[in-house]
Design a protein around this ligand. Structure first.
Ligand SMILES: [Zn+2]
Ligand SMILES: [Zn+2]
Length: 302
């Protein structure tokens, strides 16, 4: 059976119960063999769940086979920071960040906040602080007072972490959901260098992208860009331009087409890359070279 472009993986359950992925057609073959050159970078993923399920090694192998050369695994709370620091030591293709995700913020956030800075004294330092920000989507629905209280804690945790990132001169990964303007004004107020700021999973339109561009900030794009109804997200990506583009999976969330709705994994970045190369009308080689150069420069990946 002929495989359509982007039809990459077939899955099987092996007898040990570990899900293995065999790529019927490699991303490099699909796109003309560029993978052996620059490769692509998953600039934002969460590898913790794969480690918990005992499938980290096959997941990383599948990622390599799909053309990924580097992965940035992004911290969300103190439960995953140590795990990620260990992964970055063990796997040369993995780098990590630490930060308190807005959905992990509670009344006790300062205790965990006080542990962040020490990661920068380690041999294997984080490549950024994050993800941090504001998230209205997951606030309590039926308790306005509780929602207000949690949102104000998110603001406080975000402000504190922005100051820390500024002091450390570290790049910052911003998570903004239903709170774009507030995130922008917190960053403006922090005095942080906007060229070190990325709004990950950019899901807004060109108007919001222009606000980032005017300040020197970046947006990075998940599989959302492949969704049929995401025309304004595609316009935002085009406005930013290929030279500033970064792509990510945000795995295990947000699988791109044609895997939408299924658990995501880093190898599926190949679908987003294939889609975006076509969107920008460039060859796979150019696409890989530009996005890899940008991600490496932003995160300071050696
Ligand atoms: Zn996020
Ligand atoms: Zn994330």
């Amino acid at each position: 059976m002929a495989l359509a472009m982007g039809e990459l993986a077939t899955k099987e359950i092996d007898p040990t119960g570990i899900r293995r992925i065999s790529l019927g057609l490699r991303f490099g073959q699909v796109l003309g063999g560029f993978v052996s050159m620059a490769g692509i970078v998953d600039s934002h993923t969460h590898l913790h769940s794969f480690a918990l399920k005992g499938i980290l090694d096959p997941t990383l192998e599948a990622a390599t086979e799909a053309g990924l050369r580097r992965l940035v695994t992004v911290g969300t709370d103190s439960d995953d920071w140590e795990c990620y620091a260990g992964m970055a030591e063990k796997y040369p293709q993995v780098d990590y960040t630490v930060g308190i995700h807005p959905c992990s913020v509670d009344a006790d956030w300062e205790t965990r906040y006080s542990q962040i800075e020490a990661f920068w004294s380690r041999k294997q330092k984080p490549v950024a602080l994050g993800e941090i920000g504001l998230d209205r989507f997951h606030l309590p629905r039926n308790d306005e007072a509780a929602a207000k209280e949690i949102f104000s804690l998110q603001v406080a945790a975000c402000e504190a972490q922005l100051q820390l990132a500024k002091n450390l001169d570290a790049p910052v990964v911003i998570h903004s959901r239903g709170a774009f303007e507030e995130c922008v004004s917190l960053i403006d107020g922090s005095g942080i260098d906007w060229t070190k700021v990325v709004f990950h999973c950019f899901s807004e339109g060109p108007g919001e992208m222009k606000q980032l561009l005017d300040r020197g900030g970046f947006g990075s794009f998940t599989g959302v860009i492949t969704f049929k109804n995401a025309e304004s997200v595609r316009e935002a990506a085009k406005l930013q331009g290929l030279d500033r583009l970064m792509i990510e999976t945000d795995a295990p969330y947000l699988a791109p087409m044609p895997k939408r709705g299924k658990p995501n994994e880093p190898a599926y970045l190949a679908y987003t890359a294939a889609f975006c190369a076509a969107l920008f009308g460039v060859t796979p080689e150019v696409f890989a070279e530009k996005t890899t150069t940008r991600a490496k420069a932003f995160y300071g990946l050696g």
